[in-house]
Design a binder for this molecule. Structure first.
Ligand SMILES: *[C@@H]1O[C@H](CO)[C@@H](O)[C@H](O)[C@H]1NC(C)=O
Ligand SMILES: *[C@@H]1O[C@H](CO)[C@@H](O)[C@H](O)[C@H]1NC(C)=O
Ligand SMILES: *[C@@H]1O[C@H](CO)[C@@H](O)[C@H](O)[C@H]1NC(C)=O
Ligand SMILES: *[C@@H]1O[C@H](CO)[C@@H](O)[C@H](O)[C@H]1NC(C)=O
Length: 464
């Protein structure tokens, strides 16, 4: 930071403090109104002609000017200057200082964009203040940025629910695009405000045409990304999506939407390598986690899922496409009240493979199909035709999976006739019905090993 802006701060502080303690006014009576007046300085362009964008300053551009001033009065100038020095080490660009109102009604899109441009080009921290609700339309937070970036979301970012605002790009609301070394955190809320989309979904009203709806939060083409301590809710469609990312750590996410909200996948992962997702709670209307083609080296730990459709790999091979998913581990999950537990689903007619997958240490409660591989998946209005080729499913281990199934079928392997599932292992799997009744396993075209206690077990399979 330029020394002269420090001097400038000091001058303002001295003038303000002096005017407060000067004999003309009683401090007790006047502190409040004075502090409110001081707030005007947060728009320095108007008040002083000082260009805060040319001389970024945590004092002038910070939204907390009035509380800062209170601190100055209480704590003295020297401690304030210490704080100032600490802040200028990591400059903070708050959306508030770029005009965002945060009243939940005014359109704060422009302020967010301006603040992002400033933060990205200067390597500052992009901040969304707490206790405010910022209504925004579509925003693309685009990189590359000057240096590693931090985005701190303390308050709420609320999506516009005017569907006309999504004409330019029907698939995204907030998107981070090509920003390397980004950390997104803060404990705040990203709210897709999705009701209007759900109401008009063809999944809810069969008579309505099926239309695309935006993903609330997308990370696209990011390298070395950390996303933690965030609440993502009520997405228009997918809640949070990682696409074409490399080296991702996502943790302590709370992802929620009503159980009957259509297509609201919780965490969607596609074309992404080296990702860890941990310690997260996902309650939503579609898959808690959906893992799509191009995903390699994904580790998922400590997940609470339900309501929702469970943890899904696929659907893969749609429209005769080639799909590859490998080295996926789900270790530690509690899945309850969902339509599936851990699922691999592929369309007939695809190619490629889903391989080296391990599901372990998972507790199921009241799950319709706790363990399922469906190589004849079909989610089309017309039934899918029988086709020869298939995405291969091989080397899938299910270990230490216990709990209850809501249907008779606790384990379902419905593999392709022409390309049976290979190298499937059930080890220490104990699933039962609610009232301690014995569940069933349906096993078609599967090459399977069963180790330890496996219940229910596939008929006609030799136990090892
Ligand atoms: C990854 O990002 C973090 C935080 O932004 C940064 O501290 C770290 O140096 C980056 N790692 C690499 C290998 O670039
Ligand atoms: C997880 O995030 C929430 C905010 O969403 C925060 O209050 C909490 O402290 C975080 N937990 C951990 C262990 O960091
Ligand atoms: C995946 O499938 C393709 C054929 O569709 C094959 O060429 C490739 O070797 C397979 N990869 C692995 C890791 O099994
Ligand atoms: C089995 O998984 C449960 C969690 O569902 C875990 O508490 C337990 O320690 C695991 N048992 C073994 C032997 O790893």
């Amino acid at each position: 930071m330029a020394p002269r802006s420090h001097i400038f701060h000091l001058l303002i502080i001295i003038v303000l403090v002096y005017s407060m303690i000067s004999p003309c006014c009683s401090l007790e009576d006047e502190v409040q109104p004075n502090i409110n007046d001081i707030h005007l300085f947060s728009d320095p362009d108007r008040e002083t002609g000082f260009d805060s964008r040319a001389y970024p300053s945590p004092f002038l551009s910070s939204d907390g000017v009035s509380s800062d001033m209170a601190e100055v009065i209480e704590g003295g100038i020297s401690s304030y200057l210490e704080k100032l020095a600490a802040e200028s080490a990591a400059k903070i660009v708050s959306v508030k200082s770029y005009g965002a109102k945060g009243d939940g009604e005014s359109d704060d899109t422009k302020a967010f964009k301006k603040a992002w441009d400033e933060a990205c080009s200067s390597g500052a921290v992009f901040e969304v203040p707490e206790n405010k609700k910022y209504l925004v339309k579509q925003i693309r937070f685009e990189g590359p940025c000057k240096s590693a970036m931090a985005v701190q979301i303390y308050g709420t970012i609320l999506a516009s629910d005017d569907r006309g605002d999504y004409k330019k790009d029907k698939r995204h609301w907030l998107i981070f695009d090509s920003v390397d070394d980004l950390v997104v955190e803060g404990g705040g809320v990203v709210d897709g405000n999705g009701k209007i989309w759900w109401k008009n979904s063809c999944k809810v009203h069969k008579s309505k045409p099926c239309k695309e709806a935006p993903t609330a939060l997308t990370f696209y083409n990011m390298k070395n990304l950390t996303v933690k301590d965030l609440n993502i809710q009520n997405a228009q469609q997918i809640q949070v999506s990682f696409e074409k990312c490399e080296k991702v750590e996502a943790s302590n996410l709370t992802v929620t939407a009503p159980g009957d909200s259509p297509n609201t996948d919780g965490v969607h992962i596609t074309r992404t390598q080296n990702m860890q997702l941990s310690s997260s709670v996902i309650q939503t209307g579609d898959d808690c986690i959906s893992i799509e083609s191009g995903t390699q080296k994904l580790k998922i730990t400590d997940i609470t899922c339900g309501p929702g459709h469970g943890i899904s790999i696929g659907s893969l091979g749609d429209g005769n496409s080639e799909a590859h998913v490998s080295d996926v581990v789900v270790d530690g999950a509690k899945i309850s009240g969902t339509s599936n537990g851990v699922r691999i689903k592929t369309y007939q007619g695809g190619s490629g493979n889903a391989s080296n997958i391990k599901f372990e240490n998972i507790e199921m409660e009241d799950v319709k199909y706790p363990i399922i591989i469906d190589q004849n998946y079909c989610d089309k209005s017309k039934p899918c035709k029988k086709q020869k080729s298939a995405v291969l499913v091989k080397n899938v281990v299910y270990q230490n999976i216990t709990g209850t199934s809501a249907t008779d079928v606790a384990i379902k392997f419905d593999c392709s006739e022409s390309h049976p599932c290979e190298g499937i292992v059930l080890r220490d799997v104990r699933l039962r019905l609610e009232k301690d009744e014995v569940a069933q396993a349906l096993c078609n075209n599967v090459e399977l090993q069963q180790i330890g206690t496996v219940s229910p077990s596939c008929p006609d399979i030799q136990d090892l």
